[in-house]
Ligand binder design. Structure first.
Ligand code: NAP
Length: 281
C-alpha cells in the first residue's frame, strides 16, 4: 500500500509524484544490494513511486537490481528509463528497450528518455519512440540534458511536441536553467525533472544551508531538496541507497522555506542573470 504525495502534471494530463527516487550507482556492489532494495521499496511505500534508471547505469546491472526490487509492486510505480544516444536510432531504440524491459522484468516502461543528445537525427529517435508507444512498450517519452536550442529543434520534428519532460541537472548550486530553460518548459506545460537535486552529495561544506537546516532540525540535504521541490513545475529524483536517507528525503516535502531562508540562499547561490549553458553530470 503506497501513500499519496504531491504531484506534477505531464503535458497529457497524467499526474506523477513530485518526489521520486534515482538509481545511479545502485546494483554495482553486492554488499550494498540488500540495503538498496530496502531503500527503494521503503521509498515506494512512502509514495516515492517515480523511479528513474538507465541502461547505462552499471551497464544494465542497475536495471536488473530494480527489476528485483519491483517484484510485486511494479503496478504501483511510474518507471523511467533512458536509452544511450548511440542506441537511439529508429531500430536501435527497439532493441535497447527490449533489453531494458527484460532486465526490469516488466512489459512496459512508463517514461523512456533519450539520455543526452548524440549524433542520431532527432526525427529518427522520435519515430522510434513513437513506434514503441504504439506497441505499448513505453507509455510516454522524453529527453534529458537538452538545452533550449535542442528543445526548440525537438518540437520542430514530426511528433516532437509529444515530449513529456526534460530531465536536467538542477539544484541550488546549479541554477542556470532558471534563466531560460525552466521558463521555456513551463510555457509548454512540460514539468522539468531535476536530477542530482542534492548535487550528487557535493554541496559545499559551509553555506547558508547549514544555518537554515539547524533551526528546522534537519540536514542540508533536506533543505537543498525542499528548495528544488518548492517550485510547482519541477519534480526531483534524489538517489539514496539507505532507507534513513530516503525517509529524510520524504520529509523534505513538508519543509517550508521562509522568505528569509530563500533570500539567504540567493545571496550565496546566485540566480543566473544571463544565459549559462546547461551543465550535465
Ligand atoms: P543526488 O540524488 O543529488 O545525490 C545522491 C547522493 O546523495 C548519494 O551519495 C546519496 O548517498 C546522497 N544522499 C541522498 N539523499 C541524502 C540524504 N537525505 N542525506 C545524506 N545523503 C544523501 O545525485 P544523483 O544520484 O547524481 O542524481 C539523482 C538521480 O538522477 C540519479 O540517481 C539518476 O537516476 C539521475 N541522474 C540522471 C542524469 C542524466 O544525465 N540524465 C545524471 C545524473 C543523475 P546515499 O546513497 O548514501 O544516501
Amino acid at each position: 500500500m503506497t501513500k499519496d504525495i504531491a504531484s506534477v502534471t505531464l503535458p497529457d494530463g497524467e499526474r506523477i509524484p513530485k518526489l521520486g527516487q534515482g538509481t545511479w550507482e545502485m546494483g554495482e556492489h553486492p554488499s550494498r544490494r540488500k540495503a538498496e532494495i530496502e531503500a527503494l521499496r521503503g521509498g515506494i511505500e512512502l509514495g516515492m513511486t517515480l523511479i528513474d534508471t538507465a541502461e547505462m547505469y552499471g551497464e544494465g546491472a542497475t536495471e536488473s537490481l530494480l527489476g528485483e526490487a519491483l517484484q510485486g509492486v511494479r503496478d504501483d510505480v511510474f518507471l523511467v528509463s533512458k536509452v544511450y544516444p548511440h542506441n537511439a536510432s529508429r531500430r536501435g531504440v527497439q532493441h535497447a528497450c527490449d533489453q531494458s524491459l527484460k532486465r526490469l522484468k516488466t512489459d512496459r516502461i512508463d517514461l523512456y528518455l533519450l539520455h543526452w543528445r548524440g549524433s542520431v537525427p532527432l526525427e529518427e529517435t522520435v519515430a522510434g519512440f513513437e513506434a514503441l508507444r504504439r506497441d505499448g512498450k513505453i507509455r510516454h517519452w522524453g529527453v534529458s540534458n537538452f538545452d533550449v536550442d535542442d528543445m526548440e529543434e525537438l518540437v520542430g520534428v514530426p511528433h516532437g511536441d509529444a515530449c513529456a519532460t526534460n530531465q536536467i541537472l538542477y539544484n541550488v548550486a546549479r541554477r542556470g536553467p532558471e534563466f531560460d530553460l525552466l521558463p521555456w518548459l513551463a510555457g509548454r506545460k512540460m514539468p522539468a525533472m531535476a536530477y542530482s537535486p542534492v548535487d550528487h552529495a557535493r554541496l559545499p561544506k559551509r553555506s547558508p544551508l547549514d544555518d537554515i537546516a539547524a533551526p528546522h532540525g534537519v540536514s542540508v540535504f533536506q533543505i537543498a531538496l525542499a528548495w528544488v521541490l518548492r517550485q510547482p513545475d519541477v519534480f526531483a529524483i534524489p538517489k539514496s541507497g539507505r532507507i534513513e536517507h530516503v525517509r529524510d528525503n520524504h520529509r523534505a516535502l513538508d519543509l517550508q522555506l521562509s522568505a528569509d531562508d530563500l533570500a539567504a540562499i540567493d545571496a550565496h547561490f546566485r540566480p543566473p542573470r544571463s544565459k549559462r549553458p546547461l551543465e550535465m553530470l
